[in-house]
Design a protein around this ligand. Structure first.
Ligand SMILES: [Mn+2]
Length: 468
């Protein structure tokens, strides 16, 4: 965790932004896999709780009473049985001291705090819950049914937390750089281990182990698949085949839970075919173009559409698309190839703060999402970039057989697409390239000192030099 002062300052700023009332930040509880004592996932603290209270133990709640200017860490101290099985941990009092919080109470005390707040008709601020146990906790404390909790969450608190967590400080950027080092290790290991005859699961499992051995856990379930056209293609028992591409989208969290998120697509046998290279180079051009466009003041939605136009122009040159590019992109024809947005915010959550609803994170009063058009409705980040934002740059080109058939049958965007040529690519798969961009004072830069091999020649050379 960071220095005590970091958390003291963050809570002071939060109080100023929210203004009045009482803020309740719920930490997470253990999440069992198949019986209560068998937590499958490594315990993962809630990111906003971590941001303001820093502590990684389960069963904690942070209370910030703005009107009375008090802060309280809520939690029950562990007992002798816990110590026998899991070893000793700091007392709740010690944990509070470490992050500059003056008061502690046990879980029963939280009920009293909440009852008093309700009795006095004070404004209670909480964030939208995403875990069932926390929803039950909120129901017990405030009597709000889980179905109503999203609507009852505090917009003032959401806006304040988004404002603060969106801009990464120097110490957070250093954490993201550390996460990138683990991500580099995962991706280069995938390139080395993959080869014809090995299963996707074998490679994926090795990557997950790297994340755990260098940090805390994967930033999200690893995507490793020969079916790159499946957006979230988790590793299957399929055996890698010569001639196909493997798409690897994975990342790690540091022990302080800052993420990396990169994607590479490489040939299973180490050599791109001409057809693969043609598509790869388009994705590469789109990926690099974002680096030119992204800077403070620019809407990320505009960067996205600039990339869509480049992509569509190149698809026309390859005979897969046709017509006026401007009109095609306006009609959403590019989504045949790229059905998702260029990127998302990243920080302690790989899709940073997505539990607050993307409309509150990637959009604002000025930049509204388009929820109607296929593809465009998947944009997670549209608003103007600011210095200190971290966003992913992840264009892709996918050939999704079911989508090709569906659009052909419906004649959807038929004036912009060459379906006969598209049919020839149904066995292609998909390509995505992804790196994480830090928005700087006058531009942007990639996070991660060492670039994961990326230019086709570098990928081939790396594989040739490192696979045994
Ligand atoms: Mn991503």
């Amino acid at each position: 965790m960071f220095n005590k002062e970091t958390y003291v300052k963050r809570r002071a700023e939060l109080k100023k932004l929210v203004g009045s009332g009482i803020i309740i930040l719920f930490g997470n509880n253990e999440s069992p896999a198949n019986f209560p004592a068998n937590g499958y996932y490594p315990f993962r603290q809630d990111s906003s709780f971590l941001y303001y209270f820093g502590q990684q133990r389960d069963g904690l709640v942070g209370v910030i009473d703005i009107d009375n200017d008090t802060e309280t860490l809520v939690g029950d101290d562990i007992d002798i049985e816990d110590i026998v099985w899991y070893g000793s941990v700091d007392s709740v009092k010690d944990m509070a001291d470490a992050v500059g919080v003056a008061n502690t109470v046990n879980m029963k005390g939280l009920k009293t705090i909440c009852n008093n707040a309700l009795r006095d008709r004070r404004k209670v601020h909480f964030l939208p819950p995403y875990r069932a146990d926390i929803k039950i906790q909120i129901f017990d404390l405030f009597g709000i049914h889980p179905n109503q909790q999203k609507e009852s969450a505090s917009m003032d608190l959401i806006h304040a937390v988004v404002k603060m967590r969106s801009t990464k400080t120097q110490e957070e950027i250093e954490e993201l750089e550390r996460a990138a080092v683990i991500g580099y290790k995962m991706h280069t290991t995938a390139m080395i281990l993959a080869r014809p005859g090995v299963t996707e699961k074998f490679v994926g499992g090795q990557l997950d182990g790297i994340a755990q051995s260098y940090g805390s856990m994967v930033a999200f379930p690893t995507i490793f698949s020969q079916h790159g056209e499946i957006m979230h293609g988790n590793p299957s028992m399929a055996v890698l085949e010569s001639g196909r591409l493997a798409l690897c989208d994975c990342g790690a969290e540091t022990i302080n839970h800052y993420c990396s998120d990169n994607t590479r697509t490489f040939p299973v046998n180490g050599k791109f075919t001409q057809r693969q290279l043609e598509i790869y180079k388009v994705v590469e051009e789109c990926h690099d173009a974002a680096l030119k466009y992204a800077k403070p003041g620019v809407k990320y939605a505009d960067v996205h559409f600039a990339i869509c136009r480049i992509l569509f122009d190149r698809m026309k040159e390859l005979g897969l698309a046709k017509g006026d590019t401007e009109a095609a992109v306006a009609a959403g024809a590019h989504a045949m190839f790229l059905p998702h947005g260029l990127g998302h915010m990243m920080g302690m959550d790989v899709h940073d703060m997505e539990s607050f609803d993307q409309i509150n994170v990637g959009f604002d009063e000025e930049t509204r999402p388009n929820l109607e058009q296929f593809g465009t409705n998947c944009l997670r980040m549209g608003r103007r970039l600011e210095e200190g934002f971290v966003v992913t740059d992840e264009p892709g080109i996918y050939f999704i057989p079911a989508l090709i058939d569906e659009w052909r049958a419906k004649k959807h965007c038929a004036e912009f697409l060459n379906f006969d040529r598209l049919d020839e690519y149904k066995d292609f798969g998909g390509i995505r390239l992804e790196d994480d961009l830090l928005i700087t004072k006058d531009g942007c830069r990639f996070i991660g000192k060492d670039r994961i091999p990326y230019h086709p020649k570098d990928v081939e050379d790396f594989i040739a030099a490192n696979r045994k």
